[in-house]
Each structure stands twice: as C-alpha cells, then as structure tokens.
Design a protein around this ligand. Structure first.
Ligand code: UN1
Length: 511
C-alpha cells in the first residue's frame, strides 16, 4: 500500500493547495473554488487545490512579463544550466514523482517512472540544445554585404497539458521553451493537478537556488485559465495537448489574434501486421500499444490491420495474450493494466462498445467494467478486442480507452489506404521483415502520419525525434529534432559594410 502522504511530503507539497504559482510564490484566495483530486486507483481523495481567478491570472501574467525581460537576456547556455539542474532534481525525485503520477493518473508504476525518465531525457536534450540554437548564414547578392538569420525567444509560452501524461508533456514544452529564452505559464489538466504542483515545486526550488526571479515558470489551476491564455495577446505561443474537439477551439482562438499554436491532438493509430511479420514480437507490440496506459495515450494502438493469410492465427494468439492480462492496482508491479482516469472515461468506454456493437463490431475479447473490492474506484475496465470495418463511425473516432479493432487486408496498398483512412494522423507502424514492404510504408505514398515505425508499435516514442502528427492531430511538433524552432522567432539580418547602398534585384535609385 502506497503511503501517498509520504510521497507528497518527500516532494515538498503536502501542505500546498495553490491556485497559482509564479515560482516560489504560491497563491490563491482563501475563499476560492477548489478542485479535489481523487485517485482512480482506489477512489480516495488525495488533496484539494484552489482554482485561479482572473485576478490570480493577472498576477501571474504581470510577473511573467517582468521575468521575460530578465530571462531572455541570460545567455542560452546559462539557461541550459538551469534546465540541467532541473534534470538532476528530477533524477532525485524520480521514484516519488513516478509514484504520484501512477497514483493520481492511474498508469502503471513502470510507465509513471518512464514518464519521469522522459522528463529527464528532454532536460538533457535541452541542455545540449542551449549551445546549438543555430541559424544559417547566407551569401548576399550584393557586394560587401552579409546575411544571416538568428533565432529569438517568442516571449511568454502558454502550456496546456492533458491528464494522460501529467508531467512529461509539460517538460517537453518547458525545457525547450526555457532554453530558447521564453518564460512559461502552465495550465495542467484539472484531473491531475497534484502532479503539476509537484513539477512546479521541483523547478521552483532549482530557480531559487540560482537566485532567479519569480515568473520564469508559472502554474495556473482551473479550466477557465485555459480560455484566458488562448485569448491573451501577451502570449505569442500556446502549446496545447488534448482532444481534437477542444484543440479546434484553441487553434481558432489563438489564430484569430495571430498567435502561434503547437497542437498535439487525437490519434487513431494502427499497426499493419504483414504475413512476413515476426508474429511473437508483433503480439507484444500490439498488446502494449493497446493496453498500456489503459489505452489512454494519444499514441495508443487502436487498430490492427492484419493480412488475411495470418488473420485467424494472429487473432487467436491475441485473444490468448489478452487472457493473460492482469488488471488492477497500477502500483502493484504484477499488474499490466490500471484504471481509466475517472468514471466519465468509463462511461465513454462503455458507450463506444455499445456503439461499436450497433454498427456491427464482433467482440472476440469482451469488455466491461470490473467490480469488486480491488476495483472500488469504479474506474477499472477490461481491455477488449473487436473485429470491425474501418469505415465504422466508432472506428474513425479516438476513444481514450483500451478498445482494439481488428481489420483484415489482402494487399499492402489496401492496408496503407486503410491505415490512412481516418481523420487523425499521429502514429503508425508496420510489422514486417520484408524490406520492400517496410520501405513502401515509409515512402511518401505510405503512412500519412507524423510517426511511422517498422517493427515497433505505435506508442513509446523517444524524445530525440520530433513528436506530433498530421491532419486532425493538429500538425504540431514537440521534443527533439528541430522542434525547438517552434518556440522561437526567426529574424533575417542583412548587414551592409560597403560605402555605397546597392539595392537588391539590381534596382537603380539615384538622387
Ligand atoms: C501522449 O500520449 O500524449 O510516444 C504522448 C509515446 C510517449 C508520448 C505519448 N512518448 O507514447
């Protein structure tokens, strides 16, 4: 039995119930509305946090504006050093923070620890990056001229994150945004506020040790602050992770004021299982992809597109593997699958199963809500598998739950067309030992997703690559490669060191 209070104590947040934080200042009105955070693991209340109001929001924004003037003037490697120290602090708190993630969000402890590891990884990446914010130099067409580009910070970056990765998503954004010279304002999911308070506290202590001013990284609790961020001209970039439905609104609001947004929205990820696949490996990839995080990753495997020659045998192996899954307390490392985030999520899962059945889905592994002492929170469900047609409405939607759909194919062209025939475009994979198939899948005529893997499932991307997807997934990219450019503005500079003023394009203009 996890003693969550000792975890909160170790993290230094036992008595914090803030509405906002600008760093080491934790504020909020005594009479403000509160959010109770309940664990989906056992249904118990963990703690309450307060909800920020308009005035709290203004306090945070004013502080952020002041901090920006200071922070953007720090040399980038100096900013990188602070992020390095954040990575060190996360190493120290990995066990506690991973446990809190597992308890407040419900993912397995392994995955909770993995999430903290992703935070550490992005900090390491960002430290190196802080010396590599490179711009190009170009040759000018004019004599004695020099041309180059440089990257400047954007300003205040708004981060709106989801419950399913309650700590890592913030860090992918914050670590890059900070080394790029921005200050951050974070609105976490109201379903996982304590994870956010813990992260904010860890970073705030690092900033304090370095005698940094308030406002470099701030936290705002409550859904209303999301709208304030989206409509606020002082925030040039909003990074939003969440559903396509909300993302559409965020995108429109931010675009109306000509702000930039990084959108990480829904996925509807498929694995193509070729007749040339290593089937044992494919089973592990498919099952982890579908039931890991109880199907609540945006990269979760939702569809398997299986070659007709191996369809029956693969299906039977899969049914057998599902029979071995242990569902229960995610902090007990014997269990594979924990609860869904809350009872609303359970309702959505059940509705999806019902809708699927009406449309013709044939369940080969039945779903259902689990009851009994071990499942008192009411949030535990059975991972299930159904044979469907790709065009069913329910198959076209992202249901954030462990429901896996099986679809049969004859030719690879057909499999790729099926894989692409959904509104979302986040992650995709093919299991094959056939080089031609693998290359066709990765070609421009192959997968239309932001992530395309060979002999790896759809989830579990490393931070070194750019993360994100196309179509209704929103087009945003975070984490590795040159995703940092999304957090900066490019400036093209031309310098004339001649004694004359020649014009570009050879235009003559004499006075
Ligand atoms: C998400 O589900 O919001 O690739 C992100 C993965 C993780 C990130 C998932 N590294 O599954």
């Amino acid at each position: 039995q996890t003693n969550i209070n000792s975890v909160l104590k170790n993290l230094g947040i036992l008595d914090l119930n803030p509405a906002y934080s600008t760093g080491n200042t934790w504020g909020g009105k005594a009479n403000s509305v509160t959010i109770d955070s309940y664990s989906p693991v056992d249904g118990k209340k963990i703690a309450a946090v307060r909800v920020a109001d308009k005035e709290d929001y203004e306090t945070v924004l004013t502080q952020a504006e002041t901090a920006l003037i200071f922070w953007r003037n720090q040399p980038a490697p100096k900013r990188g050093d602070i992020v390095r120290q954040l990575g060190d602090a996360l190493r120290i708190h990995k066990e506690d923070l991973g446990t809190l993630v597992s308890y407040e969000m419900g993912k397995s402890l392994q995955e909770g620890l993995g999430e903290v590891q992703e935070m550490i990884d992005i900090c390491d990446f960002a430290v190196g990056l802080s010396r590599q914010l490179y711009g190009l130099t170009m040759h000018s067409e004019r004599p004695n001229h020099r041309m180059y580009e440089q990257w400047h910070p954007l300003g205040i970056v708004g981060i709106i994150s989801a419950f399913n990765f309650p700590v890592a998503v913030w860090s992918w954004n914050a670590a890059l945004a900070l080394v790029c010279g921005n200050v951050c304002v974070w609105k976490p999911s109201s379903k996982t506020p304590l994870c956010a308070v813990a992260c904010q506290h860890i970073l705030a202590r690092v900033l304090k040790q370095n005698e940094m001013p308030e406002g470099i990284s701030s936290l705002l609790i409550g859904n209303a602050t999301g709208d304030l961020i989206n409509n606020d001209k002082r925030i040039p970039l909003v990074s939003f992770t969440g559903s396509t439905r909300i993302g559409r609104k965020v995108s429109a609001a931010v675009a109306t004021r000509f702000g930039k947004s990084i959108l990480e929205l829904g996925g509807n990820n498929a694995i193509i299982i070729s007749k040339d696949a290593d089937l044992d490996m494919s089973i592990i990839g498919a099952v982890f992809g579908a039931v890991g995080t109880a199907g609540q990753r945006c990269t979760s495997t939702r569809r398997l597109i299986i070659h007709e020659d191996i369809y029956e045998s693969f299906k039977n192996k899969l049914v057998k593997a599902y029979g071995q899954l242990r569902i229960g307390d995610p902090l007990d490392q014997h269990n594979h699958v924990g609860p869904l985030i809350d009872k609303d999520a359970v309702d959505m899962y059940n509705q999806a199963i019902g809708k699927g059945k009406t449309e013709g889905a044939r369940f080969v592994v039945e779903g259902g809500t689990l009851t009994g002492d071990a499942y008192n929170s009411g949030c535990y469900v059975k991972p299930c598998v159904a044979e469907v047609e790709n065009h069913y409405e329910i198959v076209q939607e992202e249901t954030f739950a462990p429901i896996l759909y099986l679809i049969k194919y004859k030719t690879l062209d057909q499999a790729i067309a099926l894989q692409n025939s959904v509104p979302q475009g986040l992650s995709s994979a093919i299991m094959t030992l056939n080089l031609r198939e693998a290359e066709q899948f990765l070609s421009c005529a192959g997968s239309d997703c932001g992530i395309a893997n060979v002999n790896i499932g759809t989830s579990g991307a490393e931070i070194g690559g750019a993360f994100g997807g196309e179509k209704e997934t929103g087009g945003g990219r975070e984490s590795g490669s040159d995703a940092w450019k999304g957090y900066m503005r490019r400036q093209t500079n031309t310098i004339n060191y001649a004694a004359t003023l020649p014009l570009a394009q050879g235009i003559k203009f004499d006075l």
